[in-house]
Design a protein around this ligand. Sequence first.
Ligand code: DOR
Ligand code: ZN
Length: 348
Amino acid sequence: MTQRLTIRKPDDWHLHVRDNEMMRAALPWTARHFGRAIMMPNLVPPVRTTADAAAYRERLLAARPPGSDFQPLMPLYLTDHTDPDDVERGFKEGVVAGVKLYPANATTNSAAGVTDYELIRPVLARMEKLGIRFLMHAEEVDPAVDVFDREAVFIERRLIPWTRDYPGLKFIVEHLSSKVGVDYVRSAAPQVGASITPYHLELNRTDWLGWGNKPYNYVMPVIKSEPDRLALRGAATSGEACFFLGTDSAPHSVAKKLAVVGAAGIFNAPVAIETYAKVFEEEGALDRLEAFASLNGPAHYGLPPNEATITLEKSSWTVPEEISVEGPEERALVYRGGETMAWRVVAS
Ligand code: DOR
Ligand code: ZN
């Protein structure tokens, strides 16, 4: 049985660290094991322009631990009024790594997201022309659509038509969460790729709601059924190039998680690569962890993989319960906090 595994340094193709004190508390957990990460732009206010992205990138670089060469990759937050010329300028300057769609009100800090898909057509056409990646919170927010069907309906109503209208545009379904989604992405690769979180691989909706309401398992897209979870595990561990690592690690203060209307998000960066290793071991696919974690994502984004490596070892440790955060947010609880993890990163 494999006890030690060296792979190219992974990247996180979907990460939230927020700003200010939360950023300073959260970012080091990713910077210690990952080479690069796509830094989600749903700040308050959002990262809408090249100037916003350049400024946020500076703050992220300053929040790295001393000596870290972690690289933040910056997508712009798409709105009804995003200027294609600004996107083009940011991309050509090397600031902008993609454009992220939040349908308005689909999730945390998405109120400024897209309300009218006709208005974004000029941006999509420019992105297609320049080879800029399109990252999507791929959920339909029509109130008539059941929350468990939002991903499937978005694919049907929005994504399938867009793949035809913009054949040269590369899409990313972020945090893929359903069997319908897995089947679709497979059928639409390589134009469409998808990131998969550690918790959509580990949890089903009975874990979330079956033994008391566990607000810490509340995320968007919501955790789905056991057949969905199994399809996601099959996809992630298949080695297929269209599936890659994106933690959606999303810290919130305890107060926000436990409010009457609780915030969606699981802070999993402290256990992310270790959790993926556990899943791949359970599926007998440790030999494919490197493809999922370190090769498929860069290939879909048209970037080279990292040269450096990390080494994981089978050696147990206890996950910290929480991280403390300076200021009013105070603390954020950690996914699997207090539990024993079997895999440990011993060199990175
Ligand atoms: O669970 C989630 N949390 N899903 C998202 O789409 C956003 C994220 C956040 O920002 O907290
Ligand atoms: Zn997210």
